[in-house]
Design a protein around this ligand. Structure first.
Ligand code: 7RM
Length: 630
């Protein structure tokens, strides 16, 4: 099916996709290689909930990524790998090479007894072999569960045991900036508590020479070298599991979101081509880690199924200096660049000379994902990176949705800073008020989705009840996103933040996101995070952690000004009771503030903060603890 390429196309196609979603997705799905066509496009019931797309269809997603592209693209670069150390040479892997490597991993897994439906845990650095591992699983119908290589052994234990992985693919270590991280020893610690794991295959990356357990562990290079280049793809049902990816929930236990083969393939491919307006031959770079859904969908599955060249970056934005992203864009002539607001804000604080010394003229489209982008960062990105010439796509979506849901279409949708703008074809948002009634027209409420789309999660692995309760019970008959959202008079959507981050001060519901954006209006403030803390009189008080552009000279004067600003914008009720100035916030690598940690600090319980290993910079936690106000 032709991709939308003008705003009149968008209106026409969006309307058609809503009037008859089945016909719309039926047509999109025809562009792929299927071993058997589907009998029925969609079966759904949001009350049970039950969800299935392309019922009866048979396929293998790697044939759609590899085999079908080989006649035209055998020698085209599929994967560009940019290593952590700029001194190490980048690697270019063609589609023909990628197919060979994926097949070899598929054969290696089969040789180790892995069969269709078995779960394989992948705990690896951002190296090409990680991509081979993911697609090698898909080739033979094994279910991959990628665990971000920054997680601790405790997190790894939970994730391995929850889905009963039989095999772990890992590496001796990982390079991250100027640090070397031991991965294998984390795996060793975890496996003392993981009875289902029989085999561990270890890639050599850092040369750290970890201990190898006889009978269980083997080296990747020793196992792979004599594997055959050909690996018969396992023929999968549309609804067979493709992968499980864990995401944190409001209770401690992570949720294993389940994605299936057919719908996920169709949706990630379609949204990649539509949102970024991908053109033949372009180089696409998504800076996320493959350990997150963004990396699954928009480093691997979307771009590669579209025959694009996708860039995999092992490093971090600040190493060896704050110009690294811009240097990589110049070096590989990146056309489409997709990153997170948190990365933009941190790079914005570095001198502009880090940007100016690089040629960014290859860029055509910029994207953001992961959290709301503030207007200021949006304008900085537009002016200094896009040079006013690149549309910015602010893509709203979730691990659960599999692909972008509300997003501009590059160059087609008129953008508005801090707005994710309009729903993509097939997406039917609804704004819900506090009484569970749908808001029509402009307004603000909680964001739900009224109709299924092909890549929505089918369940939480092993816990369908939790799936129903988390997503389908708040607004019966709808999927509840957990996000707050505003819709303006033109029908544009602006995501305002998680609604589970609500604090109640003297009986007033206050969204932490709302208070934060008021604080951020003060000209000295760069960023802030707000949490509640127990307050004798008000029930909950407002505790604000604030980063300033420059270290404040007169802290109390600035505190008074910030309170005044909030008072003016929201009202005196929202004035922070406590303001702690900090140099950074505890954030995950995907840019989400770990409010759990801030809440504990605000409650005076900083001794027991739980796992902080998933943070971008665990060091800020110590600083925050030291400066806590009581
Ligand atoms: C893709 C991803 C999902 C949550 C989601 C939102 C927030 C993501 C945006 C955004 C405002 C955006 N998956 N979020 N994208 N908020 N604008 N463009 O991040 O499962 O890790 O997180 O992230 O709160 O519910 S995720």
């Amino acid at each position: 099916m032709d991709i939308i390429s003008s705003s009149s196309d968008y209106e026409k196609i969006y309307r058609a996709s809503i009037e008859n979603p089945e016909r719309f997705w039926d047509e999109v799905a025809r562009d792929f290689v299927w071993h058997r066509p589907w009998d029925k496009v969609l079966k759904w019931d949001f009350h049970k909930p039950e969800l299935a797309w392309f019922l009866g269809g048979k396929l293998n997603i790697t044939e759609n990524i590899l085999d079908r592209h080989l006649p035209q693209r055998a020698n085209q670069t599929a994967l560009i790998w940019e290593p952590n150390q700029p001194s190490e040479a980048p690697r270019h892997i063609t589609y023909a090479e990628l197919k060979r490597e994926v097949c070899r991993v598929g054969n290696l897994l089969r040789k180790n007894g892995i069969r269709k439906g078995d779960r394989v845990c992948i705990y690896m650095p951002m190296v090409p072999e990680l991509v081979y591992a993911v697609l090698g699983c898909a080739r033979i119908g094994a279910v991959h569960s990628v665990v971000f290589a920054g997680f601790s052994s405790g997190s790894l234990i939970d994730r391995i045991n929850d889905c009963g992985c039989r095999l772990v693919l890992t590496a001796d270590g990982a390079f991250r900036g100027d640090k070397k991280i031991e991965l294998k020893s984390v795996v060793d610690d975890a496996l003392m508590n993981c009875p289902t794991v029989e085999k561990v295959i270890v890639l050599e990356r850092t040369g750290s020479k970890p201990a190898m357990k006889a009978g269980r562990d083997s080296w990747w290079h020793e196992e792979i070298w004599d594997m055959d280049d050909h690996c018969e793809p396992e023929i999968m049902d549309s609804e067979d599991l493709l992968f499980i990816l864990y995401t944190s929930g409001s209770t401690g236990k992570p949720k294993g979101m389940v994605h299936t083969c057919g719908g996920y393939m169709v949706y990630t491919n379609y949204t990649f081509r539509t949102v970024f307006q991908y053109q033949e031959g372009q180089v696409f770079w998504c800076t996320a880690d493959v350990g997150w859904i963004t990396g699954h969908s928009y480093i691997i599955y979307g771009p590669l199924s579209a025959g694009a060249t996708t860039l995999l970056f092992e490093g971090i934005p600040s190493y060896p200096d704050f110009g690294r992203f811009w240097q990589v864009i110049e070096r590989h002539r990146v056309n489409l660049f997709y990153t997170a607001p948190t990365a933009i804000r941190s790079l914005e604080q570095a001198p502009l000379s880090f940007v100016e010394r690089h040629d960014l003229s290859s860029l055509k489209v910029l994207g953001t994902v992961g959290e709301p982008i503030n207007e200021e960062a949006w304008h900085w990105y537009d002016k200094n990176i896009g040079k006013g010439n690149c549309p910015i796509v602010d893509t709203w979506w979730q691990t659960e949705t599999g692909g972008a849901m509300i997003s501009p279409i590059a160059g087609v949708t008129v953008t508005k800073p801090s707005y994710a703008t309009l729903p993509l074809p097939g997406v039917q948002p609804a704004l819900m008020d506090d009484h569970g009634k749908e808001i029509k027209g402009a307004g603000e409420g909680r964001l739900a989705l009224k109709f299924p789309w092909p890549s929505m999660s089918r369940t939480i692995y092993g816990n369908h009840k939790r799936f129903r309760e988390t997503y389908f019970s708040t607004f019966p008959g709808m999927y509840f996103t957990g996000d707050g959202c505003r819709r303006d008079g033109e029908g544009y959507y602006r995501i305002t933040g998680r609604v589970d981050d609500i604090i109640i001060v003297s009986g007033h519901n206050l969204g932490t996101a709302e208070i934060e954006s008021a604080i951020d209006e003060h000209s000295s403030v760069c960023e802030s995070a707000v949490v509640g803390f127990p307050h004798d009189i008000k029930g909950q008080g407002v505790y604000a952690f604030v980063i300033c552009y420059n270290k404040p000279e007169e802290e109390d004067k600035l505190r008074a000004e910030i309170r005044d600003t909030v008072s003016k914008i929201i009202g005196p009720i929202a004035k922070p009771d406590k303001i702690q100035f900090v140099s950074g916030l505890p954030k995950t690598r995907s840019g989400k503030i770990m409010r759990r940690i801030l809440r504990k600090v605000a409650e005076g319980e900083s001794a027991n903060l739980g796992d902080v290993t998933t943070l971008l910079d665990p060091g800020v936690v110590e600083e925050i603890k030291r400066g806590a106000l009581h």
